[in-house]
Design a protein. Structure first.
Length: 95
């Protein structure tokens, strides 16, 4: 069953450019992952510091395999470091 992952980050304007570069690196790797369907990155209109990534996967197993990928973990560590906090992930299943 396919799943949707919502990834929420609070991004100070001072690091927005750095985060964008890291997200592009992450996305290029994501496109090559088995089970990846689609994704998009959204910035909240009334609070530009809030960024959400909507990521769709064929299965929770495919997402978990990607989540444990060492390349993803390394880039994610850079993201969390520049943001000064851990990224929040929420998984949803389609009904």
């Amino acid at each position: 069953m396919s799943v949707k992952i919502l990834i929420k980050r609070h991004v100070p304007e001072s690091v927005h450019h750095d985060l964008t570069n890291l997200l592009h690196r992450l996305r290029s790797l994501t496109l090559k992952q088995p089970g990846y369907i689609s994704g998009q990155t959204l910035q909240r209109m009334d609070d530009h510091t809030e960024v959400i990534v909507d990521s769709n996967w064929r299965s929770a197993e495919d997402w978990n395999n990607w989540f444990q990928n060492p390349e993803r973990i390394a880039i994610q560590a850079e993201i969390d470091e520049i943001l000064g906090q851990e990224t929040a992930y929420t998984m949803y299943e389609y009904l």
